[in-house]
Structure formats: structure tokens, C-alpha cells
Design a protein around this ligand. Structure first.
Ligand code: SAH
Length: 275
């Protein structure tokens, strides 16, 4: 595991009974974000109204100093929305999400929303990142994990707080370069990034105890299912206009069990490279 600052990692969270459901997330009208590219949950979820939020400090040019507090509020929301694994909450608290987005968007980095990262792609909603990591940790803690769709590297950085070995693959060259810079700035050198088509997985380091796919395909590529270790878990969004998170458990050499989870909306999983 590679912590960013182990001394600061933990925080208190609110009473789990203090509100879990109700309400629908509204479209947030972010520039560059459309309903088809937002990497968000679209089913019922409780987004706190502004007045519910624990006294957020106004975001200023001083975001660096305030960001820890903003992250704590984000983590409390995640907890209220059903993320209960303390290891994952601690990881979400540790990673400075504002350093993964354009400076102009940094003030919104701790909202529960996807944000544009260029090239028609988005940084996933914090809930989605936490949910996917939680889903692969439910039974046992995976050791070697592959992410398909690095984007700006945020989820890979969170994964590096939780897993021993993290591999991530991205098909857009410019994003691969940006992610490498972001992770280097945080000294997260243990994340092994690859520029390539993740639809073929990353056979060099297979098998993986867990695979997390951050873009939606019509169906999950067989290559990814084959690169799971027996007992391993894959989580991926599946579908085109209507998408769902799907969790797959490899139960044997040629047997996989499938479970459908929440409705979501992700950017598309595409084949080939973009240079
Ligand atoms: N993990 C990111 C989410 C990035 S958005 C985060 O931390 O927020 C999804 C990413 O998947 C995009 O960058 C997109 O280019 C990438 N992607 C889509 N198809 C891919 C493929 N076949 N191989 C690798 N990356 C892919």
C-alpha cells in the first residue's frame, strides 16, 4: 500500500442511521458534462442540500489549505450514501481530488459530481469511485488490481491507498500523460500505468484479484473475464443508453457469476488507441 500521508488519513464519520436514501439526484448542468458522459450514479441517491452540508468553508484561492475539510464533508456524504468500508473512506479522504482537475474546476472538486477532464472524458463522481472499490473488497481484500480507463488518474490514486498492486490502462495518449503527471506529483509511483486498449486487458500482469472498468461497453470483454484469478471480482458498467454496474465473480476455470447493481451513466468503452 502507498499512503499519501498516513498520519492524516482518518476522520470521524456521521452516524450511519442519519439518512441513507430518498430523493433523486438532479442534473447539475456542468459545462461539458452531458447525461451520456458523466460517470455518475443515476438511481436514487441523497445529495445534501446546501444548507444540510456541515459548514463548508468558502472555496478560495486557498483550496490547498481548505481541501482537507472539503474532503471530510465529501467523505461524510459518501458514508451517508451507504459507503461503510472505513478503508475506502480513509482512501477517499487521503487523495486530493482537486489536484486531478483543471484549476478552473478545483472549487467543485469535492461536489458529488463528475467533472470534465478534456478529450470528451470525465473524472468519475466520488460515489462511483468509492462504490466500485467497495464492491471488489466485499469478501476479501484483493492484492493485485487492474483498472481499465485511467482518465486523469484519480481512481488509480484512491486504489493505491487500498491495494498493494495497482495497474491501470488508458487508450487516450494525452490522458495517459496527464495521469502520469498527477500520480507523480503525489509520489504514487507504485501505480503502473499503461497506454493501451484495455478491452484486451493487460495480460502482462494477469491474473488479477480484481478488475475495475471505468467505461461502459455493450458487454464485458471476455479478455477481462479471462484475466481474473479464480475467486476474483470484476466490476464494470454495462449497456449503452441504459447502464448498470455489473459485478462478476469468477468461480472456476470457465465459470463466472454475475450480479447487477445500481443504474449508472459512464463514458463509452472504446476499442483502439487515440494518439
Ligand atoms: N478512472 C477515471 C475515470 C475516467 S473516464 C477516474 O479516475 O475518474 C473513463 C476513461 O476510460 C476515459 O479516460 C477513456 O478514455 C477510458 N477508456 C475508454 N475505453 C478504453 C479502453 N478500451 N481502454 C482503456 N481506456 C479506455
Amino acid at each position: 500500500m502507498q499512503g499519501l500521508n498516513p498520519k492524516r488519513v482518518y476522520m470521524a464519520v456521521r452516524d450511519p442511521k442519519s439518512g441513507t436514501g430518498g430523493g433523486f439526484q438532479s442534473s447539475r448542468g456542468l459545462q461539458g458534462i452531458t447525461t451520456t458522459n458523466s460517470n455518475t450514479r443515476i438511481s436514487a441517491t441523497r445529495l445534501p442540500r446546501l444548507q444540510d452540508r456541515p459548514s463548508l468553508v468558502p472555496v478560495s484561492e486557498n483550496l490547498g489549505l481548505n481541501s482537507e475539510r472539503l474532503r471530510l464533508a465529501m467523505v461524510q456524504r459518501l458514508h451517508d450514501q451507504g459507503i461503510s468500508d472505513q478503508r475506502i473512506l480513509a482512501a477517499m479522504q487521503a487523495v486530493p481530488r482537486h489536484t486531478f482537475v483543471d484549476e478552473a474546476l478545483a472549487s467543485r472538486a469535492y461536489d458529488d459530481a463528475a467533472l470534465p477532464i478534456g478529450h470528451g472524458q470525465t473524472i468519475s463522481q466520488p460515489w462511483v469511485v468509492a462504490r466500485m472499490i467497495a464492491a471488489v473488497c466485499e469478501n476479501a481484500m484483493p492484492n493485485r488490481v487492474l483498472e481499465v480507463g485511467t482518465g486523469c488518474g484519480y481512481q488509480a490514486a484512491v486504489m493505491a491507498q487500498v491495494f498493494n498492486q495497482v495497474y491501470s490502462i488508458e487508450r487516450i495518449r494525452a490522458l495517459y500523460d496527464i495521469a502520469r503527471e498527477h500520480l507523480r506529483a503525489l509520489h504514487l509511483t507504485k501505480v503502473r500505468l499503461t497506454f493501451g486498449d484495455g478491452m484486451a486487458g493487460f495480460p502482462t500482469a494477469a491474473p488479477y484479484d480484481a478488475i475495475i472498468v471505468a467505461a461502459a461497453g455493450i458487454r464485458i470483454p471476455q479478455a477481462l473475464l479471462d484475466q481474473l484469478s479464480i475467486g476474483g471480482i470484476l466490476i464494470a458498467p454495462e449497456g449503452t443508453s441504459a447502464q448498470r454496474l455489473v459485478k462478476v465473480h469468477r468461480t472456476g476455470q470457465s465459470s463466472w457469476e454475475r450480479f447487477e447493481l445500481e443504474a449508472v451513466r459512464f463514458v463509452p468503452l472504446k476499442s483502439g488507441l487515440q494518439t
